[in-house]
Design a protein. Structure first.
Length: 238
């Protein structure tokens, strides 16, 4: 597929459209070993594009791991509220990235941002069984049979959840720390599952998405591209 050289470089994360245009003009870019200084020059995936003599690999899609802070919507745009896309540096903001699976505004932790619609769609499909693990803080204590109920499948007003794993990690005076793994992702699912037991979630953090674990080096609000090992999961799900 032929595309403009500036678009190619942008989609590889080289910079914003304006930055990339400047880079091209300054004769730092070669296509098949020939300096090209016009942004509308047409390239395709078979050509070798270099910047300062280093090959710029073409990536059709981008996959980012974000440690989402509270207070950000899992959406691409909102008139009043900040979205997860607002956390990205400018070069990533015009790539058509969106969150693969939503977290509530007050939920923190792992979000995968991508512009690969097939991947995002498949991660939501029950057939693919992409499990998600959360750490939750629950106000007060849980009923003694909570783990059993989660294991059997919590019955909500509009649907019955698949079996979920619930592990009690810590009990404190006024709250309980649990680890929950679910294999689907209905709206407010974790909060509603606990609510069905009469319990309130006061903190929720997603720590894994399929085999991808939240990188503990990422502080809230920080992000990085998925590494080659994590990309194996992307390829398997596509
Ligand atoms: N379940 C919820 O209730 N909220 C989330 O953000 C994710 C899962």
């Amino acid at each position: 597929m032929l595309m403009r050289l500036d678009k190619y470089l942008c989609s590889c994360g080289t910079g914003t459209r304006t930055e990339v245009k400047k880079i091209i003009k300054s004769k730092r870019v070669k296509v098949n070993n020939k300096i090209i200084d016009t942004s509308d020059f047409k390239v395709d995936e078979t050509m070798t594009v270099t910047l300062d003599n280093k090959v710029v690999e073409y990536n059709k899609y981008t996959y980012i791991m974000l440690n989402k802070p509270a207070g950000y919507l899992s959406a691409t745009r909102d008139n009043n509220k900040d979205t997860v896309i607002d956390l990205l540096e400018e070069k990533y903001r015009n790539m058509g990235l969106f969150p693969a699976g939503r977290l509530d505004r007050d939920t923190v932790g792992l979000v995968i941002l991508t512009n690969d619609g097939d991947f995002a769609h498949n991660t939501l499909s029950p057939k693919k069984h992409v499990s998600k693990t959360y750490i939750a803080h629950i106000e007060g204590t849980l009923p003694p049979d909570a783990c059993e109920i989660f294991n059997k499948g919590v019955i909500l007003k509009d649907f019955t959840c698949e079996s979920a794993d619930l592990i009690i990690e810590e009990t404190h005076n006024d709250y309980t720390v649990v680890r929950v793994t679910i294999h689907e992702g209905k709206y407010h699912q974790i909060k509603r599952m606990f609510l069905s037991l009469g319990c309130k979630v006061i903190y929720l953090k997603r720590i894994s998405f399929g085999p991808i674990e939240l990188d503990n080096k990422l502080k809230e609000g920080e992000y990085r591209l998925l590494d080659p090992k994590e990309m194996e999961f992307v390829k398997a799900v596509r």
